[in-house]
Every structure is written in C-alpha cells, then in structure tokens.
Design a protein around this ligand. Structure first.
Ligand code: ADP
Ligand code: MG
Length: 264
C-alpha cells in the first residue's frame, strides 16, 4: 500500500524560451486518484507533467505533494515519458532499463543487491516481459517498450505516477495490461496522471478528467466534464462530434501524423 499524497498546483505557469505553454494552473489531485489529462496536440499535456517533475526550462507558482514542496519529494514521483522522447538505439537491455528505476534507492556507487534484482524481476513479470528481460530495448515492439518503462516506474514504488501518452503506438494486449495495472496501482493508493488523446478510454478509466489547452479548461469526473461545451473549449474545430446529446462520440482530429514538438 502506497501512502496516498495529494498533489496540489497553485498558480503554475511553465514553458520554454519562447514563452508559456501552460498558464495559471490551479489543480488539486487527491491522493490515490487516476486522472486523465486530455487536450489536442501542443495543448501543454507533456508540459504539465514535466512541470510537476521539474523538467521544464522555467516554471512559476507552487507545486506541493502531501503539503510539502515538490522539490523535496521528487523521489516519490515516477515518470513514463512519451515514447518519441526516448532514444531507443541506446544499448541497454530491458532488465537493465528496469533496474535504472532503482538507482535512486541504490545510489550510484553501490551495486544493485538481491532485493533490487528481485524487485526488477517482479516488475518485469507484472508487465509480462520475463522472457525478453535480456533483449536490447531497441529490438522490442512499441508495446513491449512501453511496458519496460512501466516496469521501471513500478520498481520506484512511487506515490505519484506520471505517464505521457502511454497507449500511443501500443498493441491492444498492452493497452489492456496497462489499463489493468493503472487501476491496481490507483486502488493501492498511487496518484496517477495519464496524458492521452483517447477520450473514450480516458473517460472510462479515469476518476477525473483534466482538460488542457494552454490552461486547465475543466477538471472533474467524466460525468460532469465530458460535455460538448468543454470538449469544444478544449479542442475547438479539431474535434469532430458525431452523434448528439450527452452521448457524444468523439474523435480528436489532427493528431495522427502531426509533427510532434522536439523532445526535451
Ligand atoms: P502536448 O503534450 O499537449 O502535445 P506540449 O506540452 O508538448 O503539448 O507542448 C505545449 C507547447 O509547448 C507547444 O506549443 C509546443 O510547441 C511547446 N513546446 C513543447 N516542447 C518544447 C520545447 N522543448 N521547446 C520549445 N517549445 C516547446
Ligand atoms: Mg505531449
């Protein structure tokens, strides 16, 4: 059981050299909830996760975890980056990648001990990758690569898990496995933010949805936020709404094949 910690953002703006990508974010994420971060390409979803991690070039405002400044709590946060941001040619095996998640505990001087190795093995088993533990990450499928990074996050035993578009470019079996694991982790007390452009499955799996477009457009359970006005405010003309009434079927347009921002 993980200690459930509230994640609170107050007046947070963050961005890059050329300006703010995200402005004036006020957000209270209750400990042990699963949040779907939703918005079009370039909306600031990745920036939001990176701001929480302290990875944006600049950020203002305050971010606390369990009432303490985030800077002091970074060891409680695990991160699964967007697949495009990872150098998959790096010569490292699946098992070694997972072990990297333990280094904050191990320290860089000590060698991994048997507890670390057991934890890495268990995490690989949890994502059903025991068999390919010794393969190079570059040789794995997209779904397997995503599961390796999830396993790396699992061994950190973090209170907060941030995942950037974990379902993009993965097979259906992986999607189901990841969905199941996220539910399990949330039920065990982990606070989870998952960015995605898959509105339907985000609405299904998440306790609350966070609609983002340069700012937080809306935050709340799908029953309150998954509405045509909020979808329109978030996606504008990019969103095609098929059907009518409160049972809108949605399709985020302009996502596939759109140039991604440079990884940072
Ligand atoms: P999303 O993840 O929702 O697609 P991002 O957070 O990646 O959006 O991007 C938000 C805005 O910040 C975009 O306008 C994007 O071009 C810009 N941006 C993202 N990464 C960088 C970067 N490394 N340098 C400069 N601008 C960036
Ligand atoms: Mg992104």
């Amino acid at each position: 059981m993980t200690q459930s910690l509230d994640l609170v953002l107050r007046g947070v703006s963050a961005g890059y050299a050329d300006g703010a990508a995200l402005e004036d974010v006020d957000l209270t994420v209750r400990g042990g909830t699963l949040i779907g971060v939703i918005g079009p390409n370039g909306a600031g979803k990745s920036t939001l996760l990176k701001a929480i991690l302290g990875l944006t070039p600049w950020a203002t405002g305050s971010i606390t975890l369990g009432g303490r400044p985030m800077e002091d709590r970074r060891d409680r946060v695990a991160y699964v980056p967007q697949r495009e941001a990872v150098d998959w040619t790096f010569p490292i095996t699946a098992a070694e990648t997972v072990m990297m998640g333990r280094y904050r505990r191990i320290g860089w001087i000590r060698r991994p001990g048997s507890a670390d190795r057991r934890s890495a093995r268990e995490a690989l088993a949890r994502v059903r990758l025991e068999e390919i533990a010794d393969e190079q990450i570059g040789e794995l499928s997209g779904g397997q690569q995503q599961r390796v990074f999830l396993a790396r996050a699992l061994v950190q035993e973090a209170s907060v898990l941030l995942l950037d578009e974990p379902m993009t470019g993965v097979d259906q079996a992986t999607e189901q496995l990841v969905t199941g694991l996220l539910r399990e982790l949330r039920n065990a007390g982990t606070t989870i933010l998952q960015s995605t452009h898959d509105l339907e499955s985000a609405a299904e799996i998440s306790d609350e949805l966070c609609f983002v477009n340069g700012r937080v457009v809306a935050f709340g359970p799908a029953s309150e936020t998954f509405t045509p006005p909020i979808l329109h405010a978030t996606f504008g003309g990019e969103l095609l709404i098929v059907g009518a009434g409160d049972h809108a079927h949605t399709h985020a347009g302009g996502h596939h094949g759109t140039a991604a921002p440079p990884p940072s």
